[in-house]
Ligand binder design. Structure first.
Ligand code: FES
Ligand code: FES
Length: 166
């Protein structure tokens, strides 16, 4: 039997919305997000778990969606970059901070970097530089040199804590 043709219904929560997606055996989480749900903010780089561009959050933790089978998302909560924006269209403080700190150049790593930052701030609202470096260490940026990315996460944490931004 060619398992790649086996259809699998995957029910999970994506960006706060319950979805059921009919996938094919062998489909990865990134395929489900980009090809079936059209959430193209999640980027594919290396496809082998090295670059981190495809990072999304699964039950609050960063995962490389190119290395996760779609079926493994069954019953899970998935957060992609599209889920961070507020319903009124306002950007999440992390998204705004990346803009303000000049932490985006080509932007290919940006969704992953922001989601790694988001996961970090959930568990450590005022992270040290060391914590930020650890949190983004699984994602490669070929453009920025990382300094502005670290500044952006620090800036977002400060705005959330001192100004109550959400
Ligand atoms: S595309 Fe998934 S880690 Fe590079
Ligand atoms: S901004 Fe280009 S890869 Fe990070």
């Amino acid at each position: 039997m060619n398992t790649s043709q086996t259809e699998i219904d995957v029910t999970c929560t994506v960006n706060g919305r319950s979805v059921t997606v009919r996938t094919k055996g062998g489909d990865r989480l990134i395929d489900m997000l980009r090809d079936y749900l059209h959430l193209t903010g999640t980027k594919e780089g290396c496809s082998i778990g090295e670059c981190g561009a495809c990072t999304v959050l699964m039950d609050g933790l960063p995962v490389n969606s190119c290395m996760v089978l779609a079926g493994q998302a069954q019953g899970k909560e998935i957060l992609t970059i599209e889920g961070l924006k507020h319903e009124d269209g306002d950007l999440h403080p992390l998204q705004q901070a990346f803009i303000d700190a000049g932490a985006i150049q080509c932007g290919y790593c940006t969704p992953a970097m922001i989601l790694c930052g988001y996961a970090l701030l959930q568990r450590s609202p005022r992270p040290s530089v060391h914590e930020i470096k650890q949190a983004i260490s699984g994602t490669l940026c070929r453009c920025t040199g990382y300094v502005q990315i670290i500044e952006a996460v620090t800036l977002a944490a400060d705005r959330i804590q001192t100004k109550g931004e959400k």
